[in-house]
Ligand binder design. Sequence first.
Ligand code: ADP
Ligand code: MG
Length: 690
Amino acid sequence: MGEVRARLLEKELGIRTAEDLLWHIPFRYIDRTKVYAINEITEERELSLVQFRARVTGVSYAGEGRKKRFTAFVSDRTGSAELVWFQGVKWIEKRIEVGREYLIFGRPSFYRHELSMVHPEIETMEQALSRRAESGMQGIYSSTEKLSATFGTKGLYQLQSTLWSLVKDSIRDYMPASVREKYGLMSLRDALHDIHFPPSAEGVRQAQYRLKFDELLGVQLGVQSRRTERLQKMGGFLFPKVGELFNEFYHHKLPFPLTGAQKRVIHEIRKDTVTGYQMNRLLQGDVGSGKTMVALMSMLLAVDNGFQACMMAPTEILARQHFATLSRMLKELPVKVAILTGASKAKERRTALEGIASGEVQILVGTHALIEEKVQFDNLGFVVIDEQHRFGVEQRARLWTKNARPPHILVMTATPIPRTLAMTLYGDLDVSVIDELPPGRQPIRTYHYTDAARLKLFGFMREQIKAGRQVYVVYPLIKESEKMDYKNLMEGYEAISRDFPLPEYITEVCHGQIKPQDKEASMDRFKRGEAHILVATSVIEVGVDVPNATVMVIESAERFGLSQLHQLRGRVGRGGGQSYCILMSGEKLSRESRERLRAMCETTDGFRLAELDLKLRGAGDINGTQQSGMAFDLKVANPTLDVQILSRTKEAAEEILQQDPNLTRPENQGLRLLKSRYSGESQIDFSRIS
Ligand code: ADP
Ligand code: MG
């Protein structure tokens, strides 16, 4: 390839060597046997790739120099469209001939309902016919704006063909035959061939399976070796007995029977704490699945064995709520619970600090104030971190240093967000899942209203309040437009106060600009059922528990992300009654917001929503921001979606390392390479952090 193009490839895609290019694999495939008519390409197909056949009827230029823009007008018997180029104009104008027919391929967009395509790929019909396309499947390579005019998916495909003829005989498989056989993996050579030159949809699937397996196995080999190392180096506290507190609580104080899932998780934690190794466990359970009870009972285990436990929550309100729950549940048991937050007054602070240093306080609840230097535990053995995505890695690292020996750590989260998954993969955490809601819960019904339906909404709220229920109304709060947001919230609050007048209705308001004690007082009134409506910012997002609240109204819902919407919705549906979530938005919505709101109306399954969230935000986001703190560069596998492969590679890695812990056997040399490539050994070692 010429030097100019080579430099372009390196700059835009980071491709420098033959190997780089070989591993630049399609991120998706399309069926190129389908050729659309222009009138079949409707707005629903926006963002998906399509091809159509049309004749060029004219061209036009606009702008000068760098701002130059080239447009080709095309039509078929059913309609017309515009093809637009901002880059590579010189190159494309030479290739477009008025009057000629082309096969056009790209991503449709619409302007005033007119079809247009920016930087499509075009071929003359002769070229299209001569193109080798045995299966009709074609891989789509990621490219960049700059590249796409000269080096679109077609250019990359041609490059791959040339490369393949050069390298096909020198691809060696690093996977031992035994592993390949056991897991039904095709050879590396075949996998690389089929991934670039797909024989069929099934062939692509098999090839992807092999390549994903390799990546995830590499990661697992690294994670597991590090884990073994960690366990060998660091002992964990022993909780050998199930003692009086635990038994007394379990047999006489439980307010409800535990769900099967809660029991299972408590059992898993118990097993972890009798091994002599430090526990590092992530507990995933949808909102309302009863994680707090699991936390409470595991902390009792710690206390029974002579250790202190602490529980950290991301917000003041939530910490207070946990403290209230724990104090209430444990009030007849001989165990002392204290609270410490940034807002703790002198007396509360003193009680907590002195009690925790002397060992008199056995359970400490709080916010990140718990990790301040001043907090000295007597004998901290167990740490619960609630809703972990609010805590930075660094904050947890500080907890680590509270003891000579690391305490057992239980991290609880409601959303399997990518970061959490990343931690699972890279951070050497074990995972427990509560996949069962307490009995008697009815699924929350979710509706999407536009602002025009506000009267209807208010009518519905009145109905519910009349039936004795309570209502949340939540407004977004985003740093960049905080002032506007508060204005919206206060206007909303005023409107509600007008439409729901005293003394019949009591409305509370709660947001970050109110003094903490006032905030708490209004939350308390709502919790006690003295107020009917709580107007708030998303501070209530995490963990508030008011079983009698059955309606969650989310204003400007289009401005929230999916996981946030799901979290907010989880604030209702906690008692026995039918609950509702109403998503309010303007009329005009971006496509993505529309999808998000639709998904919310369709499902209440947090795991499905998390997956969808990933898809909507696109692979770019996963590779970019989400994993940017991560050590690996996974090209094919997506740990969120490829869970099955992940668990198989986990098993494979265990087996391999059991027989050859340091991968010194000759047949495992390839695996050793794989391990060092994907385990990011030079990077941050997350296993040392939590
Ligand atoms: P989350 O997992 O979201 O933190 P919580 O621990 O706050 O959920 O529990 C949600 C609600 O369900 C609480 O009101 C709690 O008392 C109740 N709950 C928890 N476990 C059970 C159970 N086994 N049976 C009935 N209700 C339960
Ligand atoms: Mg919770």
